[in-house]
Design a protein around this ligand. Structure first.
Ligand code: MG
Length: 206
C-alpha cells in the first residue's frame, strides 16, 4: 500500500477506540498498581473525543488540529494532555488527503516531538513513552515505502516497549513513590498506547 488516505486513518482511529474499550478495565487495573486506577477511563474518554472530532475531517491538518483540541477541551488530566499533544504535533507536519510513507513518518515524528514538550519521561521511566518512542523510532528507520509494513514495524516496537515496562521500576511522577512495588506489572499508559498503535496496524493490514 502506497498511501494512507484520510478515510483509512479514520477507520484506524475507530478501531483503536474499539480495542482500547475492550481492555479498559485491564488498563485501570494496571494503573491501580502505581496510581489511581483511572487510566482505562481516561484513555477511552480522551480517544473518544478525538474520534468524534475526526468524524467530519476532510483534510489531515485541520482534522488532526480538531482532534487535538477536541481531546484537550473535552477531557482533562495527563492522558488527554499527552494524546492531545500527539495529534496537535502531527497536525503541524501533515497536509492533504493522503500521505505516503515519508509523509506518515514526518507526521508521527512531529507528534512525538510535541509530546516530548509535555513530559520529561523518556524510555525506561515506565510510562506511555516506552511504547510511543520506540514506535516512532521504528518508523524513522523503516526504509520501504509500504504503508502497511510501516505501521506493522511501529506496532511491533510499541508492543516490545510496553512489554519491557513489566521489569521496570516507575521513575516518573507520583508513581515513583511506589518504587520496587511497581516491578512485575506493565505500565498502564505504555499498554494502552501500544494497544492504539497495534490497532492502527491491524486495521490497515486486513
Ligand atoms: Mg491514573
Amino acid at each position: 500500500m502506497e498511501f494512507l488516505t484520510i478515510d483509512l486513518f479514520k477507520a484506524m482511529l475507530r478501531q483503536a477506540l474499539d480495542e482500547i474499550k475492550k481492555r479498559e478495565d485491564e488498563f485501570s487495573q494496571l494503573d491501580a498498581v502505581i496510581g489511581d486506577a483511572d487510566h482505562g477511563t481516561a484513555i477511552v474518554t480522551a480517544l473518544s473525543a478525538a474520534v468524534k472530532a475526526a468524524e467530519k475531517g476532510a483534510e489531515f491538518k485541520s482534522m488532526l488540529n480538531d482532534m487535538g483540541f477536541g481531546v484537550m477541551l473535552e477531557t482533562s488530566g495527563s492522558t488527554s494532555t499527552l494524546l492531545g499533544a500527539l495529534f496537535l504535533g502531527m497536525a503541524d507536519y501533515a497536509s492533504g488527503i493522503a500521505l505516503d510513507a515519508a509523509g506518515i513518518k514526518t507526521m508521527f515524528s512531529g507528534g512525538l516531538a510535541n509530546v516530548m514538550k509535555q513530559t520529561q519521561a523518556r524510555i525506561g521511566d515506565k510510562t506511555m513513552m516506552d511504547a510511543l518512542i520506540p514506535a516512532v523510532e521504528a518508523m524513522q528507520t523503516f526504509t520501504s515505502g509500504d504503508v502497511r509494513e510501516l505501521f506493522k514495524a511501529a506496532a511491533m516496537a510499541a508492543r516490545q516497549g510496553a512489554e519491557q515496562t513489566i521489569n521496570m521500576k516507575a521513575n516518573y511522577g507520583r508513581a515513583r513513590n511506589y518504587g520496587e512495588r511497581s516491578i512485575g506489572y506493565a505500565d498502564s499508559g505504555a499498554s494502552s498506547w501500544s494497544c492504539m498503535i497495534n490497532a492502527f496496524a491491524e486495521c490497515i493490514i486486513k
